[in-house]
Design a protein around this ligand. Structure first.
Ligand code: PRX
Length: 665
């Protein structure tokens, strides 16, 4: 059992150890959770403790059982209960007399702003729900949404939820191939997308990507197309494609009864990278997921309905699903949604938005914090950030230097920071301090949340001693956990449960794929992925997926892709390529590799470096030694190379990297 902090200091550390920060009194005085007995209560009352999360929602029919585990690890939460997610995010706030409260404050790329009150959002969601029904969408039809950060994206999610159709949002920056793979895997016959969007001031054609994707699909697809660019990008619609505004216009003022869903019915699917090239369709449910994100938004982000809360992520990933859309809206707060980038038109863009909207809680990724740090404190200093009360970090470990900078220059030294560890599969935050209770230790995410149990184990599944690194596992189920993978329960078992569980003993252990260590005080420090998944600027990518895109290029004999640390916490993609004998010149192959990665995954996966080498390092049995390439890329001491069949190649690769880095190719 992992020891928790419970907010008390580690007895072995001096009380004023410079690396610990206590939450300021001003914060604690107003915090949603301040009593550290919550850890014990959740322990003693588990799993009934999760009734508290469920009680944040309005149920059509009360649930009978909190947790059913007879088919573990296919756990079922709040069984017997029924509810509707869109009702919980909209109608009930209207009924509570909060119809004119701002639900979404949208900040466009070019300085446009739009505020949707709860009533506005309700009207839009209902009209789209009616329109989707009109197109033939029924409960359980997967609707794919391929939109950038425009208001139609959360509207579409909630409209699907209203009629009981699971959505599958595909990040707008992913390629046509990636869209097609996901629609194919989900057998999705409905798509909501747009003509294009602005990228750094230029019109970017999204519709042409869609056209390409649809060409490769077997199923017929009905598409609604948002006209984001107007005259900047004229487009022609085919017979099964509808202009979004015209379509919704036919249903003006219509309302649709929210469909009561079983707690365990799928709310959405979210594809994420796994260890193989095939993305995993993570299934989240209506009751457990919604209860869990509402609960964590309240406890971890300390959100109250009166707050203006800003999670500066993209809704195309899980962070945005849970903490831009479902969590904040379930609680009836105001959520900010930003379409642009942090440095356009200038590097103070985010702080200008915080200032103008009087944002209370701000949540971003360490990559962003490191960029702010590099740009300098003069940008935040131009604005009044005193409305901020709490800051959050997610996606990668935040190095202490970036933590301190964030704390001082964005939080004015007065805001606690929650370093939240979680994953697409966990649905919501699972490891973090509670901001009104626990001390913060820059670099360590914190103890597991109340009700969550983490265990760091060695390769045999035995718990390691404090301070030692190992595999991070979760040993108790929680309501927000993924229920299965859309492509089948077997894969779900293989990917997450087989390695450390003991089914005969009824012991199910969830393997996160991350390495971590736990200190004496129970704080978990994340040490990066242990599998072939890498995090690049907050995007989760599979090295295998990139590798297949590289290997598919004509002239490439073999390829290996690894993550390279780009300074504290950051990772970039390095591709190692050997070419065929009569291949085209390297420059052409390089361009073809970049183009193919962009086409099959998206720009975000383009390698920082493509290193050409006569051969890849291989073991005597012919396996590529990726670990060695990782060490070489990271300039680390090379471990045991005795298994190498071609040890001489190491020096050549090191030289090729130097040439690549100095541009001396
Ligand atoms: O490696 C961990 C890292 O992000 C992975 C999950 O990625 P994804 O499913 O895309 O979800 C991202 C946002 C929840 C994890 O396996 N990660 C996430 N949060 C942290 C983190 N690494 C260190 N510290 C964190 N706070």
């Amino acid at each position: 059992m992992v020891h928790r902090s419970g907010g008390t200091r580690d007895a072995s550390a001096p009380p004023d150890a410079p690396d610990r920060h206590s939450p300021p009194r001003s914060f604690v005085e107003q915090a949603n959770v301040t009593d550290d007995s919550i850890y014990e209560t959740f322990d003693e009352e588990w799993p009934d403790c999760w009734r508290r999360a469920a009680s944040l929602l309005s149920w059509d029919r009360p649930y009978e059982t909190v947790l059913e585990d007879d088919d573990a690890p296919f756990y079922r939460w709040f069984t017997g209960g029924t509810l509707n997610a869109s009702y919980n995010c909209l109608d009930r706030h209207l009924e509570a007399g909060r119809k004119n409260h701002a639900a979404i404050r949208w900040e466009g790329k070019h300085g446009e702003t739009k505020t949707y009150t709860y009533r506005d959002l309700y009207v839009r969601v209902n009209e789209l729900a009616a329109a989707l029904r009109g197109l033939g969408v029924e409960g359980d039809d997967v609707v794919t949404i391929y939109l950038p950060m425009i208001p139609e994206l959360p509207i579409a999610m909630l409209a699907c939820a209203r009629i009981g159709a699971p959505h599958s949002v595909v990040f707008a920056g992913l390629s046509a191939d990636a869209l097609a793979t996901r629609m194919d895997a989900a057998e999705s016959e409905y798509l909501i997308t747009c003509d294009g969007y602005y990228r750094r001031g230029n019109a970017f054609n999204q519709k042409s990507k869609v056209d390409n994707a649809l060409l490769s699909l077997e199923q017929d697809v009905t598409t609604a197309v948002v006209d984001r660019l107007g005259d900047d990008l004229p487009h022609v619609l085919a017979e099964t494609e509808f202009d979004y505004d015209e379509l919704v216009g036919e249903y003006r003022g219509e309302t649709v009864e929210p469909v009561s869903r079983d707690a365990e019915d799928m709310l959405f699917l979210m594809y994420t990278s796994g260890t193989t090239g095939r993305p995993k369709g993570v299934v989240h449910t209506t009751g457990g997921y919604l209860a869990y994100v509402a609960w964590t938004t309240r406890t971890v982000f300390d959100v109250e309905p009166a707050d203006t809360y800003w999670c500066a992520a993209d809704i195309g990933w899980i962070t945005g699903h849970s903490y831009i859309v479902y969590g904040p809206l379930a609680l009836g707060t105001t959520t900010v949604m930003y379409e642009g980038t942090p440095d356009y038109p200038d590097r103070d863009r985010l702080w200008e938005i915080v200032d103008r909207n009087a944002v209370d809680v701000f949540y971003t990724a360490p990559t962003a914090v490191r960029a702010f740090m590099k740009w300098g404190k003069e940008y935040p200093e131009k604005h009044d950030l005193s409305s901020l009360r709490l800051l959050g970090s997610v996606g990668e470990p935040i190095n202490p230097k970036a933590w301190e900078w964030y704390h001082e220059h964005i939080g004015g030294g007065e805001c606690p920071i929650v370093d939240t560890w979680w994953q697409t599969e966990t649905g919501g935050v699972t490891v973090s301090t509670l901001p009104g209770i626990g001390d913060m230790k820059p670099g360590a995410a914190g103890p597991p949340l109340p009700g969550i149990v983490t265990r760091v184990v060695d390769a045999d599944g035995n718990e390691v001693d404090p301070g030692e690194s190992g595999y991070l596992t979760l040993t108790r189920p929680w309501p927000g956990m993924a229920r299965t993978l859309y492509d089948g329960g077997d894969r779900f078992l293989d990917e997450y449960w087989r390695r450390f569980s003991d089914p005969d003993a009824g012991e199910w252990v969830y393997e996160s794929g991350d390495a971590a260590r736990v200190d004496e005080d129970g704080y978990v420090t994340l040490l990066g992925r242990v599998d072939d998944v890498i995090n690049v600027s907050g995007h989760r990518l599979s090295t295998m997926e990139i590798e297949s895109a590289v290997a598919a290029v004509t002239g490439v004999a073999e390829a290996a892709v690894v993550g390279r640390s780009s300074g504290p916490g950051g990772t970039e993609v390095y591709a190692y390529v050997s070419t065929e004998r009569d291949a085209d010149p390297e420059a052409e192959i390089r361009a073809a590799i970049e183009a193919n990665i962009e086409e099959s995954i998206g720009r975000l996966a383009r390698p920082e470096s493509i290193v050409f080498t006569p051969e890849l390092p291989k073991t005597r049995s012919g396996k590529i030694m990726r670990r060695l390439l990782e060490d070489v890329s990271n300039d680390e001491e090379l471990g045991d190379t005795s298994a190498l069949r071609n040890p001489e190649i190491v020096g050549e690769i090191q030289e090729a990297i130097r040439d690549e880095e100095t541009g001396d190719r």
